[in-house]
Design a protein around this ligand. Structure first.
Ligand code: GLN
Length: 487
């Protein structure tokens, strides 16, 4: 097996037992970047010298007899909306093109503390607003399974980098589906933990009541491993729960007993492509054969989720993005006579169309006289959506459904129709509104050979049941072992 085919857990074992050096693993990852990234365009920045320096330090630490971290020598890619000290963090926006953070995000600190080797920063839809990476201010990432298709978004670069075998692990952020949808489109694992499980300190905020950071991987053990590393209480994010980190890697070794999985009727049927539905229905059979009880459930307010999300998320975004004014942060226009002109010209030049659309929508929703009609009402509907899940979880341990209603679409197909693009996330958004954890795992392919992902959603802070349920499927199927030809 070649180095780029190894799992993160295997790399860690080989590096710590000194069968292979972290430097060799890093060189192999950099060689993959050089060979594949011109086609896929997953990366915003890669600093080869720095990568090799970090890898060398890991080798030296092990050679000196020190205990190696949980990700010793493992190459990891980081979405470019998480701060990395002294390295660009652009959010794929022209407004932050030259931004160098003075500190590391909590998750980046965690990766370094566990001796991971950060290979580079990955492309996203500008400020994580989008479902395809086509809203990146710089370039579009391509799906490793078919270069004419989108990899999903907004964490498209992180998903594609794992799918193409450049890195075994990456991290993304999920506000309305941005980890799970690209994971589904690229046939990898992608998990959004419970709101509050992973600190967002150093994540550039999009919609603060929804944003959550999580792992991408090529198998469930690696997913558990990275989640274990990322989840550590952190006082710098006041929403981060002060809970002991469950030993996920150990916990998934234990099969779930008497597992009950809910099948929500609103996530099937109309609007779901037949090949997608067929793959998820086949997965249900796998569970039935494994002795899992499948129970029909209803999440009746699902149809309001997208509308609710686009009020809440845009309102919060309009507030969060006020700081990019050419003074506090970001690009400053040269074309300005006075300060007001300077603010508006800087923002007009720096932000892309989708970001401007969201700022306008959100500012309107929060404006005097409209707050009750929009934001307050959306907050109430959000509560109803949460209560749907609470009622369902009285009967079941987790919920199974497709990740995306469609296969990965063609690049350019939805760029002229924002509403169509927003509907890409109908099946992922409710989870964010309810603050619940969810994973997307590979569950098959369409007749045309494109990936289909399915979600397993769980109770608050019960990532363990999700991981265990995913493992039941992984142990009985081979979808996750299939690789795109490019790999
Ligand atoms: N696609 C959704 C949006 O455009 C979700 C994005 C995300 O999760 N960051 O807002």
């Amino acid at each position: 097996m070649e180095l780029h085919e190894l799992s993160a857990a295997d790399i860690r074992n080989e590096v710590t037992s000194r069968e292979v050096s972290a430097v060799d693993v890093a060189k192999a990852a950099l060689a993959r970047v050089a060979a594949l990234d011109p086609k896929i365009k997953a990366f915003m920045h890669v600093n080869e010298a720095l990568v090799l320096e970090v890898a060398k330090a890991v080798d030296e630490k092990i050679a000196a007899g020190n205990e190696a971290g949980k990700l010793a020598g493992v190459p990891v890619a980081v979405k470019d909306n998480m701060c990395t000290i002294g390295q660009p963090t652009t959010c794929s926006s022209k407004i932050l093109q030259n931004f160098m953070p003075p500190y590391d995000a909590h998750v980046v600190e965690r990766l370094r503390a566990e001796d991971a080797v950060i290979i580079g920063k990955t492309n996203l839809d500008e400020f994580a607003m989008g479902s395809s990476t086509e809203n990146s201010g710089f370039f579009t990432t391509r799906n490793p399974w078919n270069l004419d298709r989108v990899p999903g978004g907004s964490s498209g670069g992180s998903a594609a980098a794992v799918a193409a075998g450049i890195v075994p692990l990456s991290i993304g952020s999920d506000t309305g589906g941005s980890i799970r949808q690209p994971a589904g489109f690229c046939s990898v694992y992608g998990m959004k933990p419970t709101y509050g499980r992973v600190s967002r300190y150093g994540l550039v905020a999009f919609a603060s009541s929804l944003d959550q950071i999580g792992p991408f991987a090529r198998n469930i053990v690696d997913t558990a491993l990275l989640l274990e590393v990322l989840s550590k209480p952190d006082k710098r994010d006041s929403t981060c729960a002060d809970l002991d980190v469950p030993p996920y890697c150990a916990e998934i070794e234990q099969a779930p007993e008497g597992l009950k999985i809910g099948i929500p009727k609103e996530y099937f049927g109309e609007g779901i492509e037949p090949d997608v539905e067929a793959a998820v229905c086949a997965a249900m059979e796998v569970y039935r054969d494994a002795g899992v009880e499948l129970i029909d459930i209803s999440l009746p307010h699902t149809e309001y989720a997208v509308a609710t999300y686009y009020i809440v998320a845009t309102a919060e975004a309009s507030s969060n993005l006020a700081r990019y004014d050419g003074v506090h942060y970001g690009h400053r226009s040269e074309q300005a006579g006075d300060i007001i002109e300077m603010y508006s010209a800087s923002r007009a030049e720096g932000f892309g169309d989708e970001v401007k659309r969201r700022i306008m929508l959100g500012t309107f929703a929060l404006s005097s006289g409209y707050y009750d009609a929009y934001y307050l009402r959306a907050s109430k509907v959000r509560n109803l959506i949460k209560m749907d899940f609470d009622a369902a979880f009285e009967k079941v341990d987790c919920i199974l459904c497709p990740t995306s209603p469609t296969e990965p679409f063609k690049i350019g197909d939805r760029t002229d129709d924002p509403l169509q693009m927003y509907l890409s996330d109908v099946l992922t958004i409710p989870t964010n509104l309810a603050g619940l954890p969810g994973i997307s795992i590979p569950c098959g392919f369409t007749k045309g050979g494109l990936p289909v992902g399915m979600q397993i959603l769980g109770k608050q802070f019960d990532e363990t049941t999700i991981l265990r349920a995913a493992k039941v499927f992984e142990d009985r199927t081979d979808h996750h072992k299939k690789r795109p030809e490019i790999m």
